[in-house]
Design a protein around this ligand. Structure first.
Ligand SMILES: Cc1cc2nc3c(=O)[nH]c(=O)nc-3n(C[C@H](O)[C@H](O)[C@H](O)COP(=O)(O)O)c2cc1C
Ligand code: SF4
Length: 433
Protein backbone atom coordinates (compact mmCIF):
# COMPACT_ATOMS: atom_id res chain seq x y z
CA UNK A 1 0.00 0.00 0.00
CA UNK A 2 1.46 3.35 -1.02
CA UNK A 3 -0.05 6.16 0.98
CA UNK A 4 1.83 9.40 1.05
CA UNK A 5 1.50 10.64 4.64
CA UNK A 6 2.43 14.20 3.68
CA UNK A 7 -0.44 14.38 1.22
CA UNK A 8 -2.78 13.05 3.87
CA UNK A 9 -1.90 15.88 6.21
CA UNK A 10 -2.14 18.35 3.34
CA UNK A 11 -5.67 17.14 2.67
CA UNK A 12 -6.86 17.81 6.16
CA UNK A 13 -4.82 20.60 7.65
CA UNK A 14 -6.07 23.63 5.81
CA UNK A 15 -9.80 23.31 5.85
CA UNK A 16 -11.40 26.07 7.84
CA UNK A 17 -15.12 25.91 8.49
CA UNK A 18 -16.88 28.22 6.07
CA UNK A 19 -20.46 29.02 5.18
CA UNK A 20 -22.56 26.67 3.07
CA UNK A 21 -23.39 29.49 0.66
CA UNK A 22 -19.75 30.28 -0.09
CA UNK A 23 -18.12 26.85 0.35
CA UNK A 24 -20.67 24.28 -0.83
CA UNK A 25 -18.06 21.51 -1.13
CA UNK A 26 -16.24 21.91 2.17
CA UNK A 27 -18.41 23.76 4.72
CA UNK A 28 -19.25 20.51 6.52
CA UNK A 29 -15.63 19.46 7.07
CA UNK A 30 -13.94 19.49 10.46
CA UNK A 31 -10.35 20.53 11.14
CA UNK A 32 -9.34 17.05 12.26
CA UNK A 33 -10.19 15.63 8.84
CA UNK A 34 -12.64 13.09 10.25
CA UNK A 35 -15.14 11.48 7.89
CA UNK A 36 -18.63 12.98 7.87
CA UNK A 37 -20.76 9.87 8.32
CA UNK A 38 -24.46 9.63 7.55
CA UNK A 39 -25.94 11.09 10.78
CA UNK A 40 -23.73 14.16 10.69
CA UNK A 41 -24.29 14.55 6.94
CA UNK A 42 -28.06 14.44 7.40
CA UNK A 43 -27.84 16.98 10.26
CA UNK A 44 -25.88 19.24 7.90
CA UNK A 45 -28.52 19.40 5.16
CA UNK A 46 -27.50 16.04 3.70
CA UNK A 47 -29.86 14.26 1.27
CA UNK A 48 -32.26 17.23 1.18
CA UNK A 49 -31.58 17.64 -2.55
CA UNK A 50 -32.44 13.97 -3.19
CA UNK A 51 -35.68 14.31 -1.22
CA UNK A 52 -36.53 17.45 -3.16
CA UNK A 53 -36.00 16.05 -6.66
CA UNK A 54 -37.82 12.80 -5.89
CA UNK A 55 -40.85 14.80 -4.76
CA UNK A 56 -40.84 17.76 -7.08
CA UNK A 57 -38.74 17.32 -10.25
CA UNK A 58 -38.73 15.20 -13.34
CA UNK A 59 -35.39 13.83 -14.60
CA UNK A 60 -35.58 16.28 -17.50
CA UNK A 61 -35.98 19.23 -15.09
CA UNK A 62 -32.90 18.14 -13.14
CA UNK A 63 -30.90 17.86 -16.36
CA UNK A 64 -31.97 21.35 -17.40
CA UNK A 65 -31.09 22.81 -13.99
CA UNK A 66 -27.58 21.34 -14.13
CA UNK A 67 -27.11 22.39 -17.75
CA UNK A 68 -28.25 25.95 -17.07
CA UNK A 69 -25.99 26.22 -14.02
CA UNK A 70 -23.05 25.95 -16.43
CA UNK A 71 -21.32 23.35 -14.22
CA UNK A 72 -18.22 22.09 -16.03
CA UNK A 73 -16.50 18.76 -15.44
CA UNK A 74 -13.75 18.89 -12.83
CA UNK A 75 -11.85 15.87 -14.18
CA UNK A 76 -9.55 17.97 -16.37
CA UNK A 77 -11.27 18.36 -19.73
CA UNK A 78 -13.87 20.88 -18.48
CA UNK A 79 -16.80 19.65 -20.56
CA UNK A 80 -20.21 21.15 -19.64
CA UNK A 81 -21.89 18.53 -17.48
CA UNK A 82 -25.48 19.22 -18.58
CA UNK A 83 -24.52 18.95 -22.26
CA UNK A 84 -22.83 15.61 -21.59
CA UNK A 85 -25.99 14.46 -19.83
CA UNK A 86 -28.18 15.59 -22.71
CA UNK A 87 -26.50 13.00 -24.97
CA UNK A 88 -28.12 10.28 -22.92
CA UNK A 89 -31.85 9.86 -23.30
CA UNK A 90 -32.29 6.18 -22.70
CA UNK A 91 -31.56 4.03 -19.65
CA UNK A 92 -27.90 4.50 -18.84
CA UNK A 93 -25.09 3.53 -16.49
CA UNK A 94 -23.39 6.09 -14.27
CA UNK A 95 -19.63 5.97 -13.70
CA UNK A 96 -17.81 8.07 -11.18
CA UNK A 97 -14.19 8.60 -12.14
CA UNK A 98 -12.15 8.42 -8.93
CA UNK A 99 -8.92 7.23 -10.54
CA UNK A 100 -7.04 10.43 -9.63
CA UNK A 101 -3.55 9.50 -10.76
CA UNK A 102 -2.52 12.84 -12.22
CA UNK A 103 0.73 13.71 -10.40
CA UNK A 104 0.28 16.48 -7.82
CA UNK A 105 -3.47 15.91 -7.56
CA UNK A 106 -5.30 14.98 -4.36
CA UNK A 107 -8.62 16.81 -4.46
CA UNK A 108 -10.95 13.85 -5.08
CA UNK A 109 -9.25 11.98 -2.28
CA UNK A 110 -10.32 14.67 0.20
CA UNK A 111 -13.95 14.37 -0.90
CA UNK A 112 -13.90 10.55 -0.91
CA UNK A 113 -12.32 10.26 2.53
CA UNK A 114 -14.14 13.07 4.29
CA UNK A 115 -17.45 13.62 2.50
CA UNK A 116 -18.45 10.25 1.02
CA UNK A 117 -22.17 11.02 1.35
CA UNK A 118 -21.83 14.22 -0.68
CA UNK A 119 -20.56 12.07 -3.54
CA UNK A 120 -23.27 9.46 -3.03
CA UNK A 121 -25.95 12.16 -3.01
CA UNK A 122 -24.50 13.71 -6.19
CA UNK A 123 -24.52 10.28 -7.83
CA UNK A 124 -28.14 9.61 -6.85
CA UNK A 125 -29.21 12.91 -8.43
CA UNK A 126 -27.11 12.28 -11.56
CA UNK A 127 -28.59 8.79 -11.80
CA UNK A 128 -32.13 10.12 -11.47
CA UNK A 129 -31.51 12.71 -14.20
CA UNK A 130 -29.95 10.17 -16.54
CA UNK A 131 -32.29 7.26 -15.92
CA UNK A 132 -29.54 5.10 -14.41
CA UNK A 133 -30.28 2.18 -12.17
CA UNK A 134 -26.66 1.28 -11.51
CA UNK A 135 -23.60 3.35 -10.69
CA UNK A 136 -19.94 2.44 -10.36
CA UNK A 137 -17.20 4.28 -8.56
CA UNK A 138 -13.96 3.46 -10.33
CA UNK A 139 -11.39 4.28 -7.66
CA UNK A 140 -7.62 4.31 -7.64
CA UNK A 141 -6.35 1.07 -6.06
CA UNK A 142 -3.88 2.82 -3.75
CA UNK A 143 -6.68 4.84 -2.13
CA UNK A 144 -7.17 2.13 0.49
CA UNK A 145 -8.74 4.42 3.13
CA UNK A 146 -11.07 6.02 0.60
CA UNK A 147 -12.19 2.60 -0.69
CA UNK A 148 -13.05 1.45 2.85
CA UNK A 149 -14.80 4.71 3.71
CA UNK A 150 -16.94 4.85 0.57
CA UNK A 151 -17.96 1.21 1.04
CA UNK A 152 -19.11 1.88 4.61
CA UNK A 153 -20.96 5.03 3.51
CA UNK A 154 -22.77 3.08 0.77
CA UNK A 155 -23.93 0.54 3.38
CA UNK A 156 -25.16 3.39 5.62
CA UNK A 157 -27.06 4.94 2.71
CA UNK A 158 -28.66 1.59 1.80
CA UNK A 159 -29.85 1.11 5.39
CA UNK A 160 -31.66 4.46 5.33
CA UNK A 161 -33.16 3.76 1.89
CA UNK A 162 -31.15 6.43 0.07
CA UNK A 163 -29.82 3.63 -2.14
CA UNK A 164 -31.41 0.43 -3.38
CA UNK A 165 -34.91 -0.37 -4.51
CA UNK A 166 -37.59 2.33 -4.31
CA UNK A 167 -35.42 5.03 -2.83
CA UNK A 168 -37.30 6.86 -0.03
CA UNK A 169 -40.42 4.97 -1.12
CA UNK A 170 -40.37 6.48 -4.59
CA UNK A 171 -40.35 4.49 -7.80
CA UNK A 172 -36.71 5.29 -8.39
CA UNK A 173 -34.20 2.45 -7.87
CA UNK A 174 -30.42 2.95 -7.92
CA UNK A 175 -27.42 1.32 -6.31
CA UNK A 176 -23.66 1.85 -6.37
CA UNK A 177 -20.81 -0.64 -6.74
CA UNK A 178 -17.20 0.27 -5.89
CA UNK A 179 -14.56 -1.00 -8.31
CA UNK A 180 -10.92 -0.45 -7.40
CA UNK A 181 -8.44 -0.06 -10.23
CA UNK A 182 -4.99 -1.58 -10.30
CA UNK A 183 -3.25 1.78 -10.18
CA UNK A 184 -2.76 2.92 -13.76
CA UNK A 185 -2.94 6.52 -14.93
CA UNK A 186 -4.53 5.54 -18.25
CA UNK A 187 -7.52 4.03 -16.39
CA UNK A 188 -8.58 7.63 -15.68
CA UNK A 189 -9.22 8.21 -19.39
CA UNK A 190 -12.93 7.57 -19.70
CA UNK A 191 -12.92 4.95 -22.48
CA UNK A 192 -9.91 3.13 -20.98
CA UNK A 193 -11.80 3.20 -17.68
CA UNK A 194 -14.74 1.48 -19.34
CA UNK A 195 -12.48 -1.22 -20.82
CA UNK A 196 -10.87 -1.77 -17.43
CA UNK A 197 -14.25 -1.94 -15.67
CA UNK A 198 -15.39 -4.56 -18.16
CA UNK A 199 -12.28 -6.61 -17.39
CA UNK A 200 -10.31 -5.77 -20.53
CA UNK A 201 -6.93 -4.15 -20.95
CA UNK A 202 -7.20 -0.41 -20.29
CA UNK A 203 -6.72 0.89 -23.82
CA UNK A 204 -8.60 4.06 -24.77
CA UNK A 205 -11.21 3.64 -27.53
CA UNK A 206 -11.86 5.74 -30.58
CA UNK A 207 -14.47 8.53 -30.13
CA UNK A 208 -17.17 8.82 -31.48
CA UNK A 209 -19.11 6.93 -30.35
CA UNK A 210 -18.88 8.74 -27.04
CA UNK A 211 -19.64 6.85 -23.82
CA UNK A 212 -22.95 8.72 -23.59
CA UNK A 213 -23.96 6.95 -26.80
CA UNK A 214 -22.18 3.60 -26.40
CA UNK A 215 -20.37 2.94 -23.15
CA UNK A 216 -19.90 0.19 -20.59
CA UNK A 217 -21.31 -3.18 -21.68
CA UNK A 218 -22.75 -1.48 -24.76
CA UNK A 219 -25.05 0.82 -22.76
CA UNK A 220 -25.15 4.62 -22.83
CA UNK A 221 -22.84 5.63 -19.98
CA UNK A 222 -22.46 8.92 -18.15
CA UNK A 223 -18.96 9.45 -16.72
CA UNK A 224 -18.23 12.22 -14.27
CA UNK A 225 -15.43 13.12 -11.95
CA UNK A 226 -15.85 12.96 -8.14
CA UNK A 227 -15.69 16.74 -7.66
CA UNK A 228 -18.16 17.33 -10.52
CA UNK A 229 -20.71 15.04 -8.87
CA UNK A 230 -20.12 16.65 -5.45
CA UNK A 231 -21.21 20.02 -6.88
CA UNK A 232 -24.65 18.75 -7.81
CA UNK A 233 -26.54 18.63 -4.45
CA UNK A 234 -25.88 22.30 -3.68
CA UNK A 235 -26.97 23.41 -7.18
CA UNK A 236 -30.29 21.64 -6.53
CA UNK A 237 -30.53 23.10 -3.00
CA UNK A 238 -29.67 26.73 -3.71
CA UNK A 239 -30.43 27.07 -7.42
CA UNK A 240 -28.51 27.90 -10.53
CA UNK A 241 -28.51 31.67 -10.01
CA UNK A 242 -26.75 31.28 -6.68
CA UNK A 243 -24.26 28.90 -8.31
CA UNK A 244 -23.49 31.29 -11.17
CA UNK A 245 -22.65 34.07 -8.71
CA UNK A 246 -20.04 32.03 -6.83
CA UNK A 247 -17.23 32.65 -9.32
CA UNK A 248 -15.30 35.89 -9.66
CA UNK A 249 -15.85 38.41 -12.49
CA UNK A 250 -13.94 37.43 -15.60
CA UNK A 251 -14.26 33.69 -15.03
CA UNK A 252 -16.00 31.66 -17.72
CA UNK A 253 -16.38 28.80 -15.23
CA UNK A 254 -19.07 29.01 -12.59
CA UNK A 255 -18.95 27.92 -8.98
CA UNK A 256 -16.12 27.15 -6.63
CA UNK A 257 -13.26 24.72 -7.12
CA UNK A 258 -10.90 22.77 -4.93
CA UNK A 259 -7.53 24.30 -5.70
CA UNK A 260 -4.23 23.64 -4.02
CA UNK A 261 -0.53 24.25 -3.94
CA UNK A 262 2.47 21.97 -3.35
CA UNK A 263 6.21 22.48 -3.50
CA UNK A 264 8.51 24.54 -1.27
CA UNK A 265 5.73 26.78 0.00
CA UNK A 266 5.11 27.54 3.68
CA UNK A 267 1.62 26.11 3.88
CA UNK A 268 0.97 23.48 1.16
CA UNK A 269 -2.66 22.44 0.95
CA UNK A 270 -6.05 22.33 -0.65
CA UNK A 271 -8.77 24.99 -0.42
CA UNK A 272 -12.21 25.58 -1.84
CA UNK A 273 -12.00 28.91 -3.67
CA UNK A 274 -14.10 30.82 -6.22
CA UNK A 275 -13.31 30.10 -9.85
CA UNK A 276 -11.28 32.99 -11.20
CA UNK A 277 -9.06 33.60 -8.16
CA UNK A 278 -5.51 34.44 -9.25
CA UNK A 279 -2.61 32.00 -9.05
CA UNK A 280 -0.78 34.68 -7.04
CA UNK A 281 -3.48 34.59 -4.33
CA UNK A 282 -3.23 30.79 -4.11
CA UNK A 283 0.55 30.79 -3.76
CA UNK A 284 1.01 33.94 -1.67
CA UNK A 285 -2.10 34.06 0.52
CA UNK A 286 -3.34 30.50 0.85
CA UNK A 287 0.01 28.69 0.62
CA UNK A 288 1.83 31.46 2.51
CA UNK A 289 4.48 32.10 -0.18
CA UNK A 290 7.81 30.36 -0.66
CA UNK A 291 9.77 28.94 2.27
CA UNK A 292 12.70 31.20 3.25
CA UNK A 293 15.72 30.47 1.09
CA UNK A 294 13.69 29.34 -1.96
CA UNK A 295 12.56 31.47 -4.89
CA UNK A 296 9.75 30.62 -7.27
CA UNK A 297 11.27 29.66 -10.61
CA UNK A 298 8.21 28.30 -12.42
CA UNK A 299 4.83 26.71 -11.75
CA UNK A 300 2.32 24.31 -13.21
CA UNK A 301 -1.38 25.22 -12.87
CA UNK A 302 -3.00 21.79 -12.52
CA UNK A 303 -1.03 18.58 -12.71
CA UNK A 304 1.95 17.16 -14.57
CA UNK A 305 0.14 17.30 -17.92
CA UNK A 306 -0.24 21.09 -17.84
CA UNK A 307 2.26 23.61 -19.17
CA UNK A 308 5.07 25.19 -17.18
CA UNK A 309 4.51 28.89 -16.49
CA UNK A 310 6.68 31.67 -15.07
CA UNK A 311 6.37 33.92 -11.97
CA UNK A 312 5.39 36.79 -14.32
CA UNK A 313 2.21 34.84 -15.15
CA UNK A 314 0.98 34.65 -11.55
CA UNK A 315 -1.65 37.35 -11.99
CA UNK A 316 -3.62 35.05 -14.28
CA UNK A 317 -7.09 33.98 -13.16
CA UNK A 318 -7.40 30.30 -12.30
CA UNK A 319 -10.26 29.39 -14.64
CA UNK A 320 -10.31 27.77 -18.06
CA UNK A 321 -10.41 31.02 -20.05
CA UNK A 322 -7.69 32.62 -17.90
CA UNK A 323 -5.17 29.81 -18.17
CA UNK A 324 -6.05 29.17 -21.84
CA UNK A 325 -4.68 32.62 -22.70
CA UNK A 326 -1.27 31.37 -21.56
CA UNK A 327 -1.50 28.40 -23.90
CA UNK A 328 -2.20 25.72 -21.33
CA UNK A 329 -5.04 24.30 -19.21
CA UNK A 330 -6.27 24.69 -15.64
CA UNK A 331 -6.20 20.85 -15.38
CA UNK A 332 -6.89 19.75 -11.82
CA UNK A 333 -6.09 23.27 -10.46
CA UNK A 334 -3.51 22.12 -7.95
CA UNK A 335 -0.50 24.34 -8.46
CA UNK A 336 3.02 22.99 -8.29
CA UNK A 337 5.46 25.68 -7.18
CA UNK A 338 8.82 24.85 -8.77
CA UNK A 339 11.63 26.49 -6.83
CA UNK A 340 15.00 27.78 -7.98
CA UNK A 341 16.90 24.70 -6.76
CA UNK A 342 15.05 22.51 -9.28
CA UNK A 343 16.87 21.57 -12.46
CA UNK A 344 14.21 21.92 -15.16
CA UNK A 345 15.70 19.17 -17.33
CA UNK A 346 15.74 16.74 -14.40
CA UNK A 347 12.18 17.76 -13.51
CA UNK A 348 11.00 17.19 -17.09
CA UNK A 349 12.78 13.85 -17.30
CA UNK A 350 10.89 12.67 -14.21
CA UNK A 351 7.54 13.79 -15.61
CA UNK A 352 8.18 12.23 -19.02
CA UNK A 353 9.34 8.99 -17.37
CA UNK A 354 5.97 8.87 -15.65
CA UNK A 355 4.00 9.42 -18.87
CA UNK A 356 6.17 6.90 -20.71
CA UNK A 357 5.59 4.29 -18.01
CA UNK A 358 1.84 4.94 -18.00
CA UNK A 359 1.36 4.96 -21.80
CA UNK A 360 -0.81 2.06 -22.88
CA UNK A 361 1.29 1.68 -26.04
CA UNK A 362 -1.73 1.64 -28.35
CA UNK A 363 -0.58 4.33 -30.79
CA UNK A 364 2.85 4.77 -32.32
CA UNK A 365 3.67 8.46 -31.58
CA UNK A 366 3.10 7.90 -27.87
CA UNK A 367 4.60 4.41 -27.63
CA UNK A 368 7.76 5.29 -29.55
CA UNK A 369 7.95 9.04 -28.90
CA UNK A 370 7.87 9.09 -25.10
CA UNK A 371 10.81 6.69 -24.54
CA UNK A 372 12.77 8.71 -27.09
CA UNK A 373 12.01 11.93 -25.22
CA UNK A 374 13.13 10.36 -21.93
CA UNK A 375 16.34 9.12 -23.58
CA UNK A 376 17.18 12.58 -24.92
CA UNK A 377 16.42 14.26 -21.59
CA UNK A 378 18.73 11.77 -19.84
CA UNK A 379 21.47 12.56 -22.35
CA UNK A 380 21.00 16.27 -21.73
CA UNK A 381 21.02 15.76 -17.99
CA UNK A 382 24.39 14.03 -18.35
CA UNK A 383 25.61 17.03 -20.37
CA UNK A 384 26.14 14.84 -23.43
CA UNK A 385 23.44 16.41 -25.61
CA UNK A 386 23.97 17.58 -29.18
CA UNK A 387 22.24 20.59 -30.78
CA UNK A 388 20.25 18.29 -33.05
CA UNK A 389 18.69 16.73 -29.91
CA UNK A 390 16.68 19.87 -29.32
CA UNK A 391 15.35 19.74 -32.91
CA UNK A 392 14.38 16.11 -32.37
CA UNK A 393 12.62 17.00 -29.09
CA UNK A 394 10.67 19.78 -30.78
CA UNK A 395 9.75 17.48 -33.66
CA UNK A 396 8.61 14.74 -31.25
CA UNK A 397 6.33 17.15 -29.39
CA UNK A 398 4.65 17.93 -32.74
CA UNK A 399 3.89 14.22 -33.20
CA UNK A 400 2.19 14.05 -29.81
CA UNK A 401 -0.43 16.74 -30.35
CA UNK A 402 -4.21 16.35 -30.22
CA UNK A 403 -5.63 14.40 -33.14
CA UNK A 404 -2.43 12.41 -33.75
CA UNK A 405 -3.01 9.98 -30.90
CA UNK A 406 -5.96 7.99 -29.59
CA UNK A 407 -6.20 9.81 -26.28
CA UNK A 408 -5.02 12.94 -24.49
CA UNK A 409 -2.20 11.28 -22.54
CA UNK A 410 0.34 12.06 -25.24
CA UNK A 411 -0.72 15.72 -25.81
CA UNK A 412 -0.65 16.11 -22.00
CA UNK A 413 2.87 14.70 -21.88
CA UNK A 414 4.05 17.17 -24.50
CA UNK A 415 2.63 20.31 -22.80
CA UNK A 416 5.26 20.67 -20.06
CA UNK A 417 8.02 19.93 -22.56
CA UNK A 418 6.85 22.48 -25.16
CA UNK A 419 6.51 25.20 -22.51
CA UNK A 420 9.87 24.36 -20.90
CA UNK A 421 11.61 24.69 -24.27
CA UNK A 422 9.85 28.03 -24.74
CA UNK A 423 10.66 29.50 -21.32
CA UNK A 424 13.88 27.71 -20.33
CA UNK A 425 15.68 27.47 -23.65
CA UNK A 426 18.94 28.58 -21.97
CA UNK A 427 18.84 25.61 -19.62
CA UNK A 428 18.71 23.32 -22.68
CA UNK A 429 21.38 25.23 -24.62
CA UNK A 430 23.81 25.06 -21.70
CA UNK A 431 23.74 21.27 -21.75
CA UNK A 432 24.45 20.77 -25.46
CA UNK A 433 27.78 20.56 -27.20
C1 LIG B 1 -4.68 10.06 -19.44
C2 LIG B 1 -5.92 10.61 -18.83
C3 LIG B 1 -6.16 10.43 -17.47
C4 LIG B 1 -7.32 10.94 -16.90
N1 LIG B 1 -7.52 10.76 -15.56
C5 LIG B 1 -8.66 11.22 -15.00
C6 LIG B 1 -8.91 11.00 -13.61
O1 LIG B 1 -8.11 10.42 -12.88
N2 LIG B 1 -10.08 11.47 -13.10
C7 LIG B 1 -11.01 12.11 -13.88
O2 LIG B 1 -12.08 12.47 -13.39
N3 LIG B 1 -10.80 12.32 -15.20
C8 LIG B 1 -9.65 11.89 -15.76
N4 LIG B 1 -9.45 12.08 -17.10
C9 LIG B 1 -10.53 12.74 -17.88
C10 LIG B 1 -11.62 11.71 -18.25
O3 LIG B 1 -11.30 11.11 -19.50
C11 LIG B 1 -13.00 12.36 -18.36
O4 LIG B 1 -12.89 13.48 -19.21
C12 LIG B 1 -13.58 12.79 -17.04
O5 LIG B 1 -13.61 11.75 -16.12
C13 LIG B 1 -15.01 13.27 -17.27
O6 LIG B 1 -15.58 13.76 -16.08
P1 LIG B 1 -16.00 15.29 -15.92
O7 LIG B 1 -16.74 15.68 -17.16
O8 LIG B 1 -16.85 15.31 -14.71
O9 LIG B 1 -14.72 16.07 -15.77
C14 LIG B 1 -8.28 11.62 -17.71
C15 LIG B 1 -8.02 11.80 -19.07
C16 LIG B 1 -6.86 11.32 -19.62
C17 LIG B 1 -6.61 11.52 -21.08
S1 SF4 C 1 -1.87 8.40 -26.58
FE1 SF4 C 1 -0.61 6.92 -25.45
S2 SF4 C 1 -1.90 6.32 -23.75
FE2 SF4 C 1 -3.28 7.29 -25.25
S3 SF4 C 1 -4.01 5.60 -26.53
FE3 SF4 C 1 -2.15 6.36 -27.51
S4 SF4 C 1 -0.51 5.04 -26.66
FE4 SF4 C 1 -2.27 4.82 -25.33
Amino acid sequence: MIVNKRIKSVCTANIVKKSKETHPLTWRLNKEGKTIWLNEYVQKEGYIAVKRILKKSTPEEVKTEIKDSGLKGRGGAGFITGIKWSLTNEESLLLCNADEMEPNTYKDRLLLEQEPHLLIEGMIIAAYANNSYKGYIFIRGEYIDAINIINIAIKEARKKKFLGKNILNSEFCFDICVHSGAGRYICGEETALINSLEGYRANPKRKPPFPGQLGAWGKPTVINNVETLCNIPSIINYGLNWYKKLCLPGSEDNGTKLMGCSGKVKNPGLWEVPMGITAMEIIEEFAGGMIKGYKLKAWQPGGASTGILLPKHLKVQMCSNGIRKLGTRIGTAIILAIDDTVNIIYFLKNIEKFFNRESCGWCTPCREGLPWIVKILKTLENKKGKYKDLDILIDLTKQLTNGKTFCALAPGASEPLISAIKYFRNDFDKLMV
